[in-house]
Design a protein around this ligand. Structure first.
Ligand code: RB5
Length: 151
């Protein structure tokens, strides 16, 4: 499993905690920044992680901003990305099992690091259930294909 990590300044500390968790678990990962607390624009980091997942070099992406919302909206603009903002383990598990989500987003201003790491663990451990859910995810992809620009 390979995980692409990214955050803006408002998610910097939680990204660092997630990075430490992944290191401790021996999960391969790459940090796409930001690399300081200096204010930056979250779409830049969402795009970097989303492209890394969409391109197939990474299985999952994890993005952190203040709320988890801006990076989620931005990442979902990239074809092949199914980003979900989850601050509870039920949603995180369901997002993998039902929606085949491949990017998890979190808000450092919303959730503490303890719960956030639980959410990360559940998200990475869960698997897509397939079956009837596959048909529904295919319909999401069909919407993406229909509205894809420049292709
Ligand atoms: C930065 O202040 C904040 O707007 C950003 O981290 C994020 O919460 C946006 O959705």
């Amino acid at each position: 499993m390979r995980v692409a990590l990214g955050s803006d300044h408002a998610g910097y500390d939680l990204k660092a905690a997630i990075k430490e968790y992944l290191q401790g678990q021996g999960i391969a990962h790459q940090d796409f920044g930001t690399f300081s607390q200096e204010a930056v624009d979250y779409p830049d980091y969402a795009l970097a992680v989303a492209q890394a997942v969409s391109g197939g070099s990474f299985d999952y992406g994890i993005l952190v901003c203040g709320t988890g919302l801006g990076v989620c909206i931005a990442a979902n603009k990239v074809a092949g990305v199914r980003a979900v903002c989850c601050h509870d383990t039920f949603s995180a598990r369901s997002a993998r099992e039902h929606n085949n989500a491949n990017v998890l987003t979190l808000g450092q201003r919303v959730v503490g690091p303890g719960l956030a790491l639980e959410v990360v663990k559940v998200f990475l451990d869960a698997s897509f259930a397939g079956g009837r859910h596959a048909r529904r995810v295919e319909k999401i992809t069909a919407i993406e294909e229909k509205y894809r620009c420049g292709h």
